[in-house]
Design a protein around this ligand. Structure first.
Ligand code: CUA
Length: 186
């Protein structure tokens, strides 16, 4: 029957399918430019060792002196660049942030790909060695949150859980430990 002219209904169907294909095709570049899923902020190459040095400096600058499960707790001021390192199999440091303040969250990895997942929110980001991603973040809800690794990174992947503490507005400089004013010189 292929030599007979195409039936009208089939022609309409083909036209609709083709137009739909073109719409989907156009959505790819459009979504890339307009979609809200694109990461905000900056991207740069970084040597893993240089990134580790930045994290260590960050801990020296704003560390509270306290530790949480052996990981240093850091309370950076509002507006600061904050650093989080993913490594087999931990997130360093523990971040203590202020609700409503804006930060630039830097993410990178020491070794292999890790996945930043802020639990219980649906916030996910790929953490890749050799790249420093600076994301603009504003913690909107106070509380204690877990950072889960959602990229299989080795035998201890399931143990890779970090922590973010968000203090309610107005209590930023009075975390669980001593007031920041007293610990400023540490
Ligand atoms: Cu890190 Cu899985």
């Amino acid at each position: 029957m292929w030599w007979k002219p195409v039936h009208r209904s089939e022609r309409i169907w083909f036209t609709i399918a083709f137009i739909w294909c073109m719409i989907l095709f156009a959505m790819m570049p459009l979504w890339h430019l307009r979609g809200g899923q694109n990461p905000s902020g900056t991207r740069a190459r970084v040597e893993p060792s240089a990134y580790v040095a930045r994290v260590q400096q960050f801990v020296r600058d704003y560390g509270t002196g306290a530790t949480d499960g052996g990981i240093p707790v850091v309370a950076p001021p509002a507006g600061a660049d904050i650093y989080l390192l993913g490594a087999q199999f931990q997130w360093t440091p523990v971040l203590q942030l202020e609700q409503g303040a804006e930060y630039t969250l830097h993410l990178s990895s020491l070794d292999v790909n890790h996945g930043f997942n802020l639990f219980p929110f649906n916030v996910n980001f790929q953490v890749v060695p050799g790249y420093d991603y600076g994301l603009r973040v504003i913690p909107t809800e106070a509380g204690s949150y877990s950072i889960l690794c959602n990229e299989f990174c080795g035998i201890g992947h399931h143990l890779m859980v970090g922590r973010v503490i968000v203090n309610p507005v107005g209590t930023a400089s009075a975390p669980e430990a001593s007031p920041a004013a007293a610990g400023g010189g540490q």
